[in-house]
Design a protein around this ligand. Structure first.
Ligand SMILES: Nc1ccn([C@@H]2O[C@H](COP(=O)(O)OP(=O)(O)OP(=O)(O)O)[C@@H](O)[C@H]2O)c(=O)n1
Ligand SMILES: C[C@](O)(CO)[C@H](O)COP(=O)(O)O
Length: 233
């Protein structure tokens, strides 16, 4: 794919999970944090990225909460096409983007609804780093802690952390390549980069931020609340 073709950037937000690890009532993306639903914070931040042509939110077919959680969001950019895994939701979202006019060479920035502390400047950093790249890339952070492999509740071994990064989102790839990669990878891959890697490509690692964590566990909501109430973090 020539890299000098003018391309639009789209955001695709998988928002069809159930939040089984979060310990809150209902899907975690609708849990209130600092005055509004998790996904409302996510979309408000992404909405400030001027280089995004549009944001497509992918919900589960039986979602009843999005409209009240994010009042005023353009219904034309909501797709009730979520799948049983994140990968399936994203793959369905790519087809929905095509139906709305996106082209094979356009960039798609996939961002978890549950990463509600994303900031526009981090997304801009990713776009700056990847828009001239032949593959694309992702926000990620070098692992700072010593890594342990568990075995029956005890330490089985210590894993060499040299060169290891923790993947975040957004993850930015061209629509055509990402579609082919996810279709080939199947439902089990946990991020877009894994699917692209499986095709033999090496996505670019772009430094993310510690605060761009994914709300996953019960205690994450209180931390997000504190951070969202502060403007200087
Ligand atoms: N079938 C799925 C599963 C996940 N997601 C979305 O993918 C993002 C990251 O996934 P994760 O944190 O794993 O969310 P859940 O699957 O909801 O959580 P859990 O694994 O704890 O059930 C979330 O925004 C979630 O809504 C999705 O759109 N479709
Ligand atoms: C995409 C992701 O957020 C990158 O860290 C992560 O892989 C999602 O994983 P999960 O299994 O859906 O929690």
């Amino acid at each position: 794919m020539p890299i000098d073709i003018p391309s639009d950037c789209y955001a695709l937000i998988p928002c069809a999970g159930v939040g089984s690890r979060a310990g809150v009532d209902g899907p975690k993306q609708y849990h209130p944090v600092a005055g509004r639903a998790v996904v409302a914070h996510t979309l408000a931040a992404l909405g400030q990225v001027t280089r995004l042509r549009a944001m497509l939110v992918v919900l589960s077919a039986d979602d009843t909460q999005f409209e009240s959680a994010v009042p005023g969001f353009d219904a034309a950019w909501v797709a009730r096409a979520g799948g049983s895994t994140r990968a399936r939701t994203v793959l369905a979202g790519l087809h929905e983007l095509r139906r709305r006019g996106a082209c094979e060479h356009d960039w798609v920035l996939v961002h978890d609804a549950a990463r509600c502390l994303i900031r526009p400047e981090w997304v801009d950093r990713l776009i700056d780093a990847c828009s001239g790249d032949p593959v694309g890339g992702l926000l990620a952070l070098p692992v700072a802690d010593t890594l342990k492999q568990s075995h029956e509740g005890r330490v089985g071994s210590t894993v060499d952390r040299t060169g290891k990064w923790a993947a975040q989102t957004p993850q930015m790839f061209r629509l055509g390549l990402l579609d082919a990669a996810l279709a080939a990878a199947g439902a089990a891959v946990t991020d877009e980069s894994s699917a692209i890697e499986a095709l033999g490509h090496a996505p670019r690692l772009v430094r993310g931020d510690f605060c761009n964590f994914k709300l996953t566990w019960p205690e994450d909501f209180a931390l997000a609340q504190r951070l969202l109430h502060r403007s200087d973090v």
